[in-house]
Write a protein that binds this ligand. Structure first.
Ligand SMILES: *[C@@H]1O[C@H](CO)[C@@H](O)[C@H](O)[C@H]1NC(C)=O
Ligand SMILES: *[C@@H]1O[C@H](CO)[C@@H](O)[C@H](O)[C@H]1NC(C)=O
Ligand SMILES: *[C@@H]1O[C@H](CO)[C@@H](O)[C@H](O)[C@H]1NC(C)=O
Length: 399
């Protein structure tokens, strides 16, 4: 299961890194609208066969816009948005066209707050009038007059195409051009600075997600399982200690890299902050660093403080595992609205959980068997009991 996930993640990252060439089937300036609509300027948007036409009115700070997507059907939704606060989908003030369940092609506005948006109808942060949608052949169009935020003709735009089920917009594809369709347009000069920005940001997010899901979310629990379940075999001493510390140290190094990419992502988009995800991430970094320092400072196994050190080490260790898993899920909710990765990660957790359950049973079986065979003195009892992972240690490396 883990291999399948890694392959899926890898292929996705490679896919995003690929360069797509867009073939332009039509130029915006040669297009004539059927209903005598005329616009003073237009641009061929670089992805998704989309076009933007507009007329800017300086005296009112408004623009008439027409957004047009070629090569779609009535079972698609299309949207064009201005994002006054950020770069991507979050915060986008969208004009949406979708055939609703009454079979009517409807145009409405949607203020996109989360990646899990269903594009529900809501008011935008600026006013929109004369909103309508039209289907002509395989083209879907949205017409509107928008009040440009801050009377600023340079706007960050996002546009999108997705499928419709039962009159409701469904999540758009999470690959290729659907992730690149962001950029800026200056309605005064007509200059379009296009994107790839969205694509590279998505790539950064994916790298962040992979690094953290692998390190905090997978390697650290495996490292704890190594310690807990190998320790019981006398033959595996001290091998388990080296495996455990190598696994956790590598996880920590990869995890810090992943944490750094997260901080960078956060600072790149000051308008969008995932407070909980960020705070848990910072807490994890602190606890993880504490564990690494504690490893170097651990008292000798027969030192009187070793008992307290062990309690501390277990407590922080299990806290890290729980917080890591919570934060991986929080991150996956942000990264992957279609839940595919979430399912893959749940698969990994179930897999690890099953292994842990079997080994837990085996460990107890072995310990109880040893206890039966050994003379049942209190001293012996306490020693074997500790092999399960109590606060004592049965070897020179107890951790
Ligand atoms: C918007 O800006 C233009 C050009 O900067 C200016 O001429 C116009 O008066 C402004 N309109 C409003 C409503 O502020
Ligand atoms: C579909 O859109 C039309 C036009 O906006 C509206 O009158 C109708 O109520 C909508 N139907 C549903 C089910 O939302
Ligand atoms: C207009 O918005 C752009 C971002 O799209 C920003 O860089 C620029 O500073 C803004 N200009 C003004 C005058 O606010």
């Amino acid at each position: 299961m883990k291999r399948a996930l890694k392959a899926a993640l890898l292929s996705r990252v490679l896919f995003l890194l690929c360069v797509f060439s867009t073939t332009r089937s039509q130029s915006c300036s040669s297009y004539t609208f059927s209903n005598n609509r005329l616009y003073s300027a237009c641009t061929d948007l670089p992805f998704l066969n989309a076009f933007l036409h507009w007329t800017y009115y300086p005296s009112s700070g408004t623009a008439d816009v027409a957004f047009r997507v070629n090569g779609v059907s009535i079972s698609n939704w299309v949207a064009w948005a201005i994002n006054p606060t950020g770069v991507g989908m979050q915060g986008a003030q969208a004009l949406v066209a979708v055939q609703n369940s009454s079979g009517i092609l409807q145009a409405y506005t949607s203020n996109v707050q989360t990646y899990e948006t269903t594009l529900a109808e809501s008011l935008l942060s600026f006013s929109v009038s004369s909103l309508s949608a039209e289907m002509s052949g395989n083209q879907m169009m949205i017409f509107a007059t928008v009040q440009l935020p801050d009377n600023n003709t340079s706007v960050t735009q996002v546009w999108q195409v997705g499928p419709v089920t039962g009159g409701s917009p469904q999540p758009h594809a999470q690959t290729g051009d659907n992730l690149k369709s962001v950029g800026s347009v200056d309605l005064l000069s007509g200059q379009v600075a296009s994107s790839g920005a969205g694509g590279s940001r998505e790539t950064k997010k994916n790298v962040h997600g992979v690094l953290n899901a692998v390190s905090w979310g997978t390697l650290i629990p495996i490292g704890v399982m190594i310690a807990r379940y190998m320790k019981v075999f006398k033959a595996a001493d001290p091998a388990w200690f080296y495996l455990h510390s190598t696994c956790q140290t590598s996880a920590y190094i990869i995890g810090v890299a992943g944490w750094g990419t997260g901080l960078k992502l956060g600072s790149d988009s000051p308008g969008v902050v995932y407070h909980t995800h960020r705070n848990i991430g910072i807490t994890l970094f602190c606890l993880g660093t504490l564990q690494v320092i504690a490893l170097l400072l651990r008292p000798k196994k027969d030192h009187k403080n070793r008992f307290y050190w062990n309690i501390y080490h277990y407590f922080i260790g299990y806290t890290v595992i729980i917080l890591s898993i919570i934060n991986v899920f929080k991150g996956l909710d942000i990264l992957d609205p279609t839940k595919k990765w979430k399912k893959a990660y749940i698969g990994i957790l179930i897999f690890l959980g099953c292994i842990a359950l079997v080994l837990e049973g085996l460990t107890w079986f072995l310990v109880l068997k040893r206890k039966k065979m050994a003379a049942p003195t209190p001293e012996k009892y306490s020693h074997t009991h500790s092999d399960i992972g109590g606060a004592d240690e049965g070897n020179g490396y107890g951790i």
